[in-house]
Design a protein around this ligand. Structure first.
Ligand SMILES: [Zn+2]
Length: 394
């Protein structure tokens, strides 16, 4: 082995260890140096050197705690929480929401725009760039640019974006991302809303602590993903296509080309279609339509109650399918329709069917997930994130 090879292996090893330590500190704010050593199996001296590098790079903050007032102070570690390092965004049919936050995940600024007609990709790009510019204010880090992740209701296939809800039929991702990067973002990427909502409910919501869980994102359509053995399922398209699971081969033709997809039977759009509200929902944020449905149900409007019953049955069928395929500890229902969870969740039909539980993050799940994904990107190679791309900082 040449010297160059062994030194590049050493730096790979160091990068991997920096990533492990940074993630451990992210997951355990306030952790002590000695616990990092114990949890990683790395020697205290090695951990101390890695932590010093992360502190110097302003990735981690190091506070001495007095350990009950006796003995030497212990070092307690957490991600830096001082300046804007992350931008999370979400594109839906009716709105674009953008938030900036610290590396630790504290939201510092947020902006939204609504639209009456679905965003074209170029209008979405211009709006994302403008709002990103607004939320990255003087609290930004002086030397480094933030990382941005954009949630959207579709799939990224190689470098193309497809989203039925937005009428984006495999458009080049660069058309969305280039204007955003030009607006002072170090790195921008897109993620499927169902995957990001799953990440959020797992890190900070109802699926926290589970090794195996499925998350159903219920809004205009139906999406979601799963945690499998402690990892987020991304599939080959950055998300599985839960909504396009065929549940009725003789059912109507779906926009995806299959017949009888579950989204046609269990979604706000399917409820709206049953109630003759299709055009009404098109003009409304989906959270507002959910609230309206809840009110009509509480007035015992028969059509609404029967649409809920159909949706509840289809969700239980789908949940049982997920139970058989993935053996999750629970199926979490989240998203803009999750305020209806009390009406849409039913008990398992047999002993092995998974329990369904209401998500904790509801309408914000995908946006919070975009923040976690941006944080993951920053911590993936923390020193590279911290070292400003000096040639590109204007
Ligand atoms: Zn379909």
């Amino acid at each position: 082995m040449s010297v160059a090879e062994s030194s590049s292996e050493l730096s790979d090893l160091r990068r991997r260890n920096l990533r492990r330590v940074a993630h451990l500190i992210r997951d355990n704010p306030g952790i002590h140096l000695s616990d990092v050593s114990e949890r990683t199996g790395l020697a205290l001296g090695a951990v101390s050197s890695l932590v010093n590098a992360l502190v110097d790079a302003e990735i981690v903050d190091d506070a001495a705690s007095a350990a009950g007032g006796r003995g030497r102070p212990r070092r307690t570690l957490a991600l830096v929480d001082r300046h804007i390092d992350l931008v999370a965004a979400r594109v839906t049919r009716s709105a674009i929401d953008v938030r900036s936050s610290t590396l630790a995940g504290r939201v510092l600024a947020s902006e939204s725009r609504t639209t009456a007609t679905p965003w074209t990709i170029d209008a979405a790009a211009a709006t994302l760039a403008e709002l990103a510019n607004d939320v990255v204010d003087e609290r930004r880090h002086p030397d480094r640019r933030p990382i941005m992740v954009i949630s959207f209701p579709g799939a990224a296939v190689e470098d193309q974006l497809g989203a039925h809800e937005l009428d984006w039929n495999l458009l080049p991702a660069a058309r969305l991302l280039d204007p955003v990067r030009a607006a002072g973002i170090r790195q921008a990427s897109v993620g499927n809303d169902g995957s990001l909502a799953t990440l959020a409910e797992w890190r900070a919501g109802a699926a926290r602590g589970y090794g195996n869980a499925a998350v159903v994102l219920l809004g205009r359509g139906l999406g979601g993903s799963a945690i499998i053995d402690g990892k987020l399922l991304r599939g080959s398209r950055n998300a599985p296509g839960f909504g396009h699971t065929p549940v009725d081969p003789n059912g109507p033709l779906c926009v995806c080309g299959l017949h009888g997809c579950v989204e046609l039977y269990a979604s706000l759009q399917s409820i709206a279609a049953r109630l003759g509200d299709g055009e009404h929902l098109a003009d409304l944020p989906s959270t507002a339509y959910s609230a309206e449905l809840e009110e009509r149900a509480s007035m015992r409007e028969v059509d609404v109650l029967s649409a809920f019953a159909e949706t509840r049955t289809r969700l239980r069928d789908f949940s049982d399918l997920l139970g058989a395929l993935l053996a999750p500890e629970a199926v979490v229902l989240t998203g803009s329709a999750s305020s209806l969870a009390g009406r849409l969740i039913s008990d398992p039909r047999n002993a092995v069917g998974p329990v369904m539980i209401e998500g904790e993050l509801g309408p914000d799940a995908a946006l919070i997930g975009a923040m976690f994904a941006a944080q993951d990107d920053a911590l993936d190679d923390p020193l590279a994130f911290a070292a400003p791309g000096r040639s590109t900082v204007g």
